[in-house]
Design a protein around this ligand. Sequence first.
Ligand SMILES: Cc1cc2nc3c(=O)[nH]c(=O)nc-3n(C[C@H](O)[C@H](O)[C@H](O)COP(=O)(O)O)c2cc1C
Length: 400
Amino acid sequence: MASDHAFQQPDPNPTKDRGHCEETGEDTGALLFALLPPAPQARARRQVCLYSPTGHSSFRRGLLRFASPSFAGQEGQGVKSRRWSSRRARRHGDAVGMEYRDKLVLAPMVRVGTLPFRLLAAEYGADITYGEEIIDHKLLKCERVINESLGTTDFVEKGTDNVVFRTCPQERSRAVFQMGTSHAVRALKAAEMVCHDVAAIDINMGCPKSFSLSGGMGAALLSKPELIHDILTTLRRNLDTTVTCKIRLLNTPKDTVELARRIEKTGVPALAVHGRKIKDRPRDPAKWDEIANVVSALSIPVIANGDVFEYEDFKRIKDATGAASVMVARGALWNASIFCAKGKTPWEEVKREYVRKSILWDNDVKSTKHTLKEMIMHYSCLELPEGKGVIKCDTSADLA
Ligand SMILES: Cc1cc2nc3c(=O)[nH]c(=O)nc-3n(C[C@H](O)[C@H](O)[C@H](O)COP(=O)(O)O)c2cc1C
């Protein structure tokens, strides 16, 4: 299992230089970040025009360097030289050769898989990190903005401060942009905007939610193999970035295998298979045997997904299915250190590191709250003071 990731344990004690506030029992380090100005400079659009990389920004960059181990080797280069133009990214890009064997993969998760969570998972050992699904229509309303202050590339809804997708060069070789679409040309237009900032584009063909189905997206695609073919071949022919898709099981194993074979024929280098059907609920056991059928029928690597909750499950699902790689969603949401071969870090520590990264990367507070609530609901209870506190929060500073 390729978990000896360069980012796996960059900072074995991320809270080591932070004090402890006796009154609240919380890290004073976290409180210090909370005391940062409410970051008008973090508003992506304005940053480009108004903020020079001096003053406040350099303080924040100092924190970023501390937070983001991959910056360590770039010490002294300055934010400008870290900027990632499309052209440079393309020259640099080896995405066409993206490797899908023996990988631990963070699954796409709406409202969870934003930049801080992806970086957190990678630090604990995830080799490939999917972002949350973003609908093509939404990306097409965005403009690509270099965020000098954070050292990120932001896709910002035009005329607003709403950051729809944020990424950074440090995750360029492993971040996957997952798109919701029902139309090949529209998908291509959207993919062209982002493809040089990420390692791969993935099409969501598994979402069973009504908004996806009614828009002909997600699992609605599963019953339209011609459209699947059209979308995947259009993207593959026109992009020099890896293109994949993630499916669910169909009603019968035969149908699933047939569809998987058609998908393989489009030339995609890998296929992620969630071992549940549209009608299944998350509590229903994932059908690893039906993923195994797909693995046996294909030559390309299959990424098996469903019911991986402990590090040991990575091997169990690989043995049971023969899959090349393993993808995990809820197991990582509840404790992102699931990717670490040495065993899990206590969830409270993981939670604190997530909040810290969310502040440093100026994550949308709604996304941070949602993720924290999921963690707390799993291990504790939202009715307890901590849960109630998170519910009341309006800003990242409140969360800290
Ligand atoms: C909070 C949450 C959000 C999700 N969002 C997405 C998504 O954006 N795209 C997608 O393809 N699947 C999404 N899924 C499904 C997961 O990627 C995964 O297929 C499913 O949870 C099964 O994996 P698990 O058993 O490890 O949780 C989401 C799941 C969860 C729990």
